[in-house]
Design a protein around this ligand. Sequence first.
Ligand code: ADP
Ligand code: F6P
Length: 325
Amino acid sequence: MAKEIKTIGVLTSGGDAPGMNAAIRAVVRSALAQGKKVVGINRGYNGLISGDIHEMTSKNVSDIIQRGGTVLYTARCLEFIKPEGQKRGADMCKVFGIDGLVVIGGDGSFQGAEKLANLGINTIGIPGTIDLDIACSDYTIGFDTAVNTAMEAIDKIRDTSTSHERCSVVEVMGRDAGYIALTCGITNGAEAILLPEKENMSEEELIKTIIENRNKGKRHNLIINAEGSTKDSVKLAKRIEEVTGIATRATILGHLQRGGSPTALDRLHASMMGSYAVDLLCQGKSNRVVAYKEGKYVDFDINDALEMKKEISDQSYRVSKILSI
Ligand code: ADP
Ligand code: F6P
């Protein structure tokens, strides 16, 4: 028989993402509604190991659904990658009576959750990352807010770039994943996009395209470069200017993409996924990841989820190229 969960812990781990607060709120309120005690764990696995754990009430999560960041703070905890750190985390769960744990984060955080599940703590992961790079889920909390923030910023860069008839290289986040770059490429109408997953245009091809665009009468050239592509934005801008004579500026959007009030889509997915995670724990499930797949909320075994691979959509990539002419 599945063990009955009495106390549910919740933590956020890895890079923060807008909508994490909405997910925390959903976990806390759904758990309270099912008669469970809820505790918040500060700073991801760091707080678990050190016992930075406090009881959460419904009031604790009021007025946070609209806020970016995470009220539980987040961290990358190297100690937790080692078996001794994981054992300390599991021991601390026992000290605080945590028998069910919700981990909101990315693939790295899910690896930690899987280790805790093996040590007897029922754990459920919720995909929270602006990168959209969780293979088992069509959606990850934070992506919509991040691309909207980036899109608005890039529109502004485009205004000034057009006025000055310049070329712009704009770097967006995504160390290993090009979803933000691809989405902005289409929604901002970029002339070229550079992604970590694709064999991108060479510098020569890119420069030739810029010159051809200018000859066609385009007043600006917008190149969106994902953080993890092989090209350095600043060096690329310099090179374009040197060869073409067209003034070129590089802008690195950076962490502004991770902040801000979550969009309706992020609040909705976060609320639904948070509630779903609590349902799974109350059903005695463990080592699962909540996912949004083909329009439905579902769950996968963490190990299976970590084995899955996600490909950049060839259809979207092709369309981005067709529309850039
Ligand atoms: P994300 O969850 O966004 O992918 P990270 O990869 O930085 O972010 O992982 C977040 C945290 O998850 C790490 O700092 C570490 O505490 C934990 N973690 C990552 N990989 C493992 C692992 N293999 N085993 C245990 N814990 C891990
Ligand atoms: O959370 C994902 C992410 O924002 C990536 O897009 C980016 O590459 C990375 O985190 C940046 O991490 P840090 O905040 O540690 O610089």
